[in-house]
Design a protein around this ligand. Sequence first.
Ligand SMILES: NC(=O)C1=CN([C@@H]2O[C@H](COP(=O)(O)OP(=O)(O)OC[C@H]3O[C@@H](n4cnc5c(N)ncnc54)[C@H](OP(=O)(O)O)[C@@H]3O)[C@@H](O)[C@H]2O)C=CC1
Ligand SMILES: O=C(O)[C@@H]1CCC=N1
Length: 264
Amino acid sequence: MTRLVVVGAGLMGEAIFSGLLASGWAPADIVVSDARAERRAELSERYGVGSGEAVDAVADAQTVLLAVKPADVGGVLEEIGDRLAPDALLLSVCAGVALATLQAGVREGTPVVRAMPNTPARVGEAITAVSPGTHATDDHLAEVTEILGAVGRVITVAEKYQDSVTAVSGSGPAYVFLVAEAMIEGGVHVGLPRDVATELAVQTLFGSATLLRDTGDHPAILRENVTSPGGTTAAALRRLEDHGVRAAFLAAVEAARDRSLELG
Ligand SMILES: NC(=O)C1=CN([C@@H]2O[C@H](COP(=O)(O)OP(=O)(O)OC[C@H]3O[C@@H](n4cnc5c(N)ncnc54)[C@H](OP(=O)(O)O)[C@@H]3O)[C@@H](O)[C@H]2O)C=CC1
Ligand SMILES: O=C(O)[C@@H]1CCC=N1
């Protein structure tokens, strides 16, 4: 049996299976299936993994990772839903797609887990929230935790939180990259060479995230530590508040949550 068959080897599918390879999985444990034969061939060549048509590959899979766009899920499940091996596990990372929809697309009794990872999986620093379906046991959750734990941290949440999780951590890297872009542009605006501004911004984000995670201190405390009375940071934060940055983040997360609900 193939340990993992990836159906939809785009950005997220590749991020996960390449992370698994980096963590020590053998290429022979993985088969990738994508809509385009050239993409399958390219991935097979680059990583040494197997490749094939989804409809054939899933019949021999221990776990099927579903990583196609939400709009393609219905068609893909029609194609592969009744081809999964009787005890195979379906693991979906598709935004907004509910466990009920996934379970309705496979044979009765098939274990299903819904998950929301993020692209830092590419460097082993993802955070993934998983929600087990009706027939997923602790052993299935352990298998999912082993797969997604190879590319970062894993937490379990009730399915009702998945759309909100998507809005915070699934989409979250994009918010951070936007902040990075803006900080770099700010540096260039005040006269720094672009490469210097980039190094300063990237290491500042990395260092700040590490400080936040490793100390466990509340972000407000860490922000206060940087903010000298009447100093430079206070002047900058005043401008950010004037421009409604905090409110913009609240609205953005809410919009992402609502869009996830719509996608489902
Ligand atoms: N990108 C992200 O940050 C995150 C994405 N997700 C979720 O992951 C899923 C994939 O997203 P992402 O990787 O960004 O999207 P991509 O478009 O990069 O990947 C989807 C892949 O699925 C392929 N595909 C389409 N139809 C089929 C089919 N019938 N059989 C096999 N493969 C097929 C596509 O091929 P082709 O290009 O030829 O159409 C494409 O390579 C989405 O559901 C998304 O919600 C979850 C967390 C984070
Ligand atoms: O933008 C999206 O819909 C996907 C889901 C989370 C991140 N990317």
